[in-house]
Design a protein around this ligand. Structure first.
Ligand code: HEC
Ligand code: HEC
Ligand code: HEC
Length: 200
């Protein structure tokens, strides 16, 4: 092989690899609810919360009487399981329709419900940062890795609440109106506020 061509090929391969590495570093992937289990107390609280049970709600046998009433009001079939319905999954699972997000029963176990990553952002890069720097990373670094805050940014909650695609929005009933300032104060809205071991 001509030296010029060889040099070109090696350089191109190098640039490509660098680019691929950078691109993958920039694109956070979903790690699932158990992927966030370093935060065990939050995970335990979340599992008991409405968000933690949001997938179960799609299955007929799990619905309460009140939920069935709400279903009827929204003209939904109370006898039907909606756990495979793409009209419902975007707001009752993690990352439905996005790369690495909820797809089918195979990935179901760990990407069901309104998981951590629906409010905190896809976790892979953040988790790497956590591993690399342990407790010393800053909030700005976490943000750069895709971390978001549903407290600071109400758009995080509004991707589902009082959304035009939700059967349970304020058009159906005013009680579904979403006042972010009020809602964020409710503990059942997310999980108990627990003190962190380290300051970021
Ligand atoms: C991915 C969609 C999604 C996001 C994001 C989301 N929620 Fe929810 N939320 C739901 C679903 C679905 C339910 C109903 C769960 C069930 O009953 O099965 C719910 C339930 C709730 C409830 C309980 C309502 C009740 O009457 O019991 C509160 C409060 C709430 N969310 C607040 C919030 C807040 C605050 C945020 C942002 C920090 C937020 N949610 C983000 C989908 C979402
Ligand atoms: C755009 C997001 C979104 C979509 C799509 C969506 N939901 Fe939900 N769902 C929510 C939110 C948010 C709540 C919580 C509402 C509240 O309590 O304020 C909820 C609540 C519920 C509840 C409890 C209602 C109650 O008042 O107790 C049921 C049952 C439910 N959803 C079933 C479904 C079904 C079935 C589908 C598909 C046909 C669906 N959802 C599609 C966001 C969505
Ligand atoms: C419905 C939205 C929602 C879900 C789901 C959720 N969180 Fe949170 N979480 C919040 C909000 C809001 C805060 C307040 C601080 C903020 O937004 O920066 C918070 C704070 C935290 C904090 C403290 C961070 C800090 O800056 O002090 C940790 C740790 C945490 N969540 C972990 C988790 C884990 C682990 C899960 C899943 C098992 C989870 N969260 C699920 C909304 C959510």
């Amino acid at each position: 092989m001509n030296r010029g061509i060889l040099f070109f090929a090696v350089t191109a391969a190098f640039v490509f690899t660098m680019y691929a590495t950078m691109a993958s570093a920039k694109k956070p992937q979903y790690v699932g609810n158990q992927g966030c289990k370093c935060h065990k107390p939050e995970l335990d609280e979340w599992e008991k919360s409405p968000h933690g049970k949001a997938f179960e709600t799609l299955v007929a046998k799990n619905r309460s009487r009140d939920e069935n009433k709400a279903m009827r009001d929204a003209k939904l079939d109370i006898k039907k399981d909606y756990d495979k319905d793409d009209k419902c999954l975007p707001c009752h699972t993690v990352g439905y329709g996005k790369p690495g997000g909820y797809e089918d029963d195979k990935s179901a176990k760990d990407l069901v419900g309104v998981g951590c990553e629906m409010c905190h952002g896809p976790g892979s890069e953040y988790r790497n940062l956590h591993k690399e720097k342990e407790e010393t990373f800053t909030r700005a670094e976490a943000k750069a890795m895709g971390a978001v805050s549903g407290k600071e940014d109400k758009a995080v909650c509004m991707q589902c609440h009082d959304h035009k695609d939700s059967p349970f929005n304020s058009k159906l009933d005013k009680k579904y109106m979403f006042n972010h300032e009020e809602m964020i104060k409710l503990e059942k809205a997310w999980h108990k506020v627990l003190p962190l071991k380290f300051k970021h």
